[in-house]
Design a protein around this ligand. Structure first.
Ligand SMILES: Nc1ncnc2c1ncn2[C@@H]1O[C@H](COP(=O)(O)OP(=O)(O)OP(=O)(O)O)[C@@H](O)[C@H]1O
Length: 575
C-alpha cells in the first residue's frame, strides 16, 4: 500500500486551517490530484496515489476509493490509513450499508458519529474506531460516470468541533475529487474497450494476411518501391492487406529504410487514396509549434497568430495523416494526441469549437517503443492505440539482394537529372553490395548520386565511389566495427557502445571489405578519425537534418547537439 508523502508535511490538513488558507490548500490539492490522474500510470496506481495524497490534505484516519465494474460488482479498491495486510480487503473494510446508500442515492452521506448511526453495524464501528476512543465521523461521496454511480470515495476521521465546523467545505472538496476520479475512470474504460476492439482488428488483419495470396506479383509497381528480396515482397503483401483496413499502422525501422515511402504506399492503396496525404515530423518541431501545427489555431491564440489556421489533422480530413518520429513526442503531448485519436475530435489552439475529423493514421518511429513504455517515457495506452498493425522495415544490410535493383533505379533517375547515360559496371555492383549502409536506402541513394555526378563514364566503376578514395564519411565512421553490432536492430537504434571496461584493449578492428563493411553507432562526437565537426555533419545528413534524430545517432541529448552545432558553426539545412 502507498503511504502519504512525507515530503509534504507543510501541507496542513484542511480541517485544521483558517478558511482562506483552507481554500488555497484545497485548490492545491485538486491541482495535485489532477496531475496524478493525467499521468501515464495504471488506474489502480493513480487511485492509490490520490487517496494517499488526500491523507496529506484532509484530516482523516482512513480513506478508500472503491469502484464497481459495469455489472455493479466490486472491482478496484485502494485505501490509505490501513495496515499493509488490509490492502486486499478494502471492499470488506467498508461499512456496507453506508456505502450502499451512497451508491443507491448517488448523494454524499455525512455521519457525525458512526457509533450511533443506523447505517453502521457494530462490526463497522469496531473496524473504523480501532485504536481510538474519539467519536468517529464518516463522509462518503459517489464517483460517477455521467449519471451512473461507479464507485465511492469514503473517509472517516476523529470527530471534533473543528471538523464539524468545516464539514460542508470538506464534502464539497471530496465531491470535486470524486468528479475528477469519475472522468479518469471513464477515460480508462473507454481505452480498455478500445484496446480490445483494436486487438480484435489486429488479429483479424493478421489472419487475413496469413491467408493472403498476392495478386500483384510485380511488387515494384507499388508507389515507387523498389526491391525484390523476400523481405520486401512479404512487406508489400502486408502493406496491400493493411492498406484496405482503416486501422492505425505503425511503421518501424531504422532511419532511411523507407518508412515515409511505405506510409505513402499505404495511403495510395487505401480507400482514402483520393484524399490528402499529410506528413508531420514530430521530432522536428518544438512542442508549442507542434500543437498548433497539428490542431491549428484561432486568430489571436498567441503572439503572431494574426489569422486562424487549420492544423494538419483538419487538412488530412478524408485522407491519411502520417506522424513521423512519434517516439519523440513528450508525455504531455502524447496525452493530447491520445484524446484526439480516442474521440476523433479536438479544438484548435485558442478555440472552443469542437472539430471532428475522419483521418487514417499512419505513424513511424525508429525508437524501441516497448522500452520507452517500460521506462515510462511513452504512454502504454497511446502505444496500443497506434500499434494495431505494426509493419517492420528491415535494414538494407538484411536484404542486400535489393542493392543492385535499387542502385540501377537511382542511377536511372540521376542520369535523367544529369542528362547522362551512365551504366552500372560489375565492379560498382560489387562495391555497393559489399557495403552495409548504416544509413540504409537513403545512404545508398546519396552514394549513387555522388558517384553518378562525378564519374567520368560511360560506366560506373569501383573506383568511382567515395569509399575507394577515402572520401566516404560513413565508411570512415563505421570502418572496422563489428558487423554483428547492428544485427537485429531493425526496430531500434543500437545503444551507444560502452567504453572498454577497466581500460582494457578495444576489440580488434578488422579492415572492412568493399567500403564501409561493418558498424556500430559511435558513442558521441569525440574520438575516431573524423573531426567533431565531420561527425556532426555526417550524423545530421543521415538524420535528414532532424536534430533530435542526429542526437540519438550520436548518443547525445537534443540540447547537446544544439550546442555542438552552434559551437562548430554548422548551418542548419531547411527542407
Ligand atoms: N524500397 C525503396 N525503393 C525505392 N526508394 C526507396 C526505398 N526505400 C527507401 N527509399 C528511398 O530512400 C530515401 C529514404 O526513405 P524514407 O525517407 O522513406 O526513409 P525513412 O525510413 O522514413 O527515414 P527517416 O526515419 O530518416 O525519416 C527516400 O529517398 C526514399 O525514396
Amino acid at each position: 500500500m502507498l503511504h502519504a508523502d512525507p515530503e509534504r508535511p507543510a501541507r496542513a490538513a484542511i480541517a485544521a486551517t483558517p478558511s482562506a488558507a483552507r481554500s488555497e490548500i484545497a485548490l492545491t490539492g485538486v491541482y495535485e490530484i489532477s496531475k496524478i490522474l493525467t499521468s501515464a500510470s495504471r488506474l489502480e496506481t493513480m487511485l492509490a496515489n490520490v487517496v494517499n495524497l488526500l491523507a496529506s490534505f484532509m484530516q482523516m484516519r482512513h480513506g478508500v476509493i472503491a469502484l464497481l465494474n459495469d455489472d455493479g460488482i466490486p472491482d478496484i479498491a485502494v485505501g490509505a490509513g490501513w495496515t499493509e495486510e488490509a490492502d486486499d480487503r478494502f471492499h470488506a473494510s467498508l461499512p456496507q450499508k453506508a456505502v450502499g446508500q451512497v451508491i443507491v442515492t448517488g448523494m454524499p452521506l455525512v455521519v457525525p458519529n458512526i457509533a450511533t448511526h443506523p447505517l453502521f453495524e457494530p462490526g463497522d464501528v469496531a473496524k473504523l474506531s480501532a485504536g481510538t476512543t474519539d467519536v468517529v465521523s464518516f463522509i462518503g461521496v459517489p464517483i460517477r460516470i455521467g449519471q451512473k454511480v461507479v464507485g465511492t470515495l469514503t473517509i472517516d476521521r476523529a470527530h471534533d468541533a473543528q471538523s464539524a465546523q468545516r464539514l460542508d467545505f470538506d464534502v464539497r472538496f471530496l465531491v470535486m475529487v470524486a468528479n475528477l476520479i469519475g472522468q479518469t475512470v471513464q477515460l480508462h474504460r473507454v481505452l480498455l474497450r478500445d484496446r480490445e476492439r483494436l486487438m480484435t482488428e489486429s488479429h483479424r488483419l493478421q489472419k487475413e494476411l496469413d491467408e493472403y495470396k498476392p495478386r500483384v506479383p510485380n511488387t515494384a509497381a507499388i508507389a515507387g518501391i523498389v526491391g525484390d528480396s523476400p523481405a520486401i515482397r512479404s512487406l508489400l503483401d502486408k502493406v496491400a492487406v493493411v492498406a484496405r483496413s482503416r486501422s492505425p499502422v505503425l511503421l518501424r525501422g531504422e532511419s532511411g529504410t523507407g518508412k515515409e515511402l511505405f506510409a505513402r504506399a499505404i495511403h495510395d492503396l487505401s480507400a482514402c487514396a483520393g484524399g490528402p496525404f499529410i506528413k508531420v515530423n514530430c521530432a522536428a518541431l518544438p512542442e508549442s509549434v507542434l500543437e498548433s501545427e497539428l490542431f491549428g489555431h484561432e486568430k489571436g491564440a498567441f503572439t503572431g497568430a494574426i489569422q486562424a489556421r487549420k492544423g494538419r489533422f483538419e487538412l488530412a480530413h478524408g485522407g491519411t495523416l502520417f506522424l513521423d518520429e512519434i517516439g519523440e513526442m513528450s508525455l504531455v503531448f502524447q496525452a493530447k494526441l491520445l484524446r484526439v485519436l480516442q474521440e476523433g475530435e479536438f479544438e484548435r489552439v485558442g478555440g472552443t469549437k469542437t472539430i471532428k475529423v475522419a483521418v487514417r493514421l499512419v505513424t513511424a518511429t525508429n525508437r524501441n517503443l516497448e522500452d520507452a513504455v517500460s521506462k515510462g517515457e511513452f504512454r502504454a495506452d497511446l502505444y496500443y492505440r497506434i500499434n494495431v498493425v505494426p509493419v517492420i522495415l528491415p535494414p538494407l544490410r538484411d536484404r542486400k539482394s535489393d542493392i543492385p535493383l535499387l542502385s540501377r533505379e537511382f542511377l536511372a533517375r540521376f542520369n535523367t537529372e544529369n542528362g547522362r547515360e551512365l551504366e552500372l559496371g560489375p565492379g560498382a555492383v560489387e562495391v555497393l553490395t559489399g557495403c552495409c549502409f548504416p544509413g540504409n536506402v537513403r545512404e545508398l541513394e546519396n552514394c549513387v548520386r555522388r558517384a553518378a555526378t562525378l564519374a567520368p563514364g560511360p560506366t560506373l566503376a569501383a573506383d568511382d565511389f567515395a569509399c575507394r578514395n577515402d572520401q566516404c564519411v560513413s565508411a570512415i565512421l563505421w570502418k572496422g566495427r563489428n558487423p554483428q553490432a547492428l544485427a537485429n536492430t531493425a526496430v531500434s537504434l543500437p545503444a551507444p557502445p560502452a567504453p572498454p571496461a577497466g581500460g582494457g584493449p578495444r576489440p580488434v578492428e578488422a579492415a572492412p571489405p568493399e567500403g564501409h563493411a561493418a558498424h556500430e553507432v559511435d558513442p558521441g562526437l569525440r574520438g575516431g578519425r573524423m573531426s567533431e565537426r565531420e561527425r556532426l555533419v555526417e550524423a545530421m545528413e543521415r538524420a535528414g537534418w532532424v536534430q533530435a534524430k542526429a542526437a540519438r545517432l550520436l548518443g547525445l541529448t537534443p540540447r547537446q547537439i544544439g550546442y555542438a552545432l552552434k559551437k562548430h558553426g554548422v548551418e542548419l539545412k531547411r527542407f
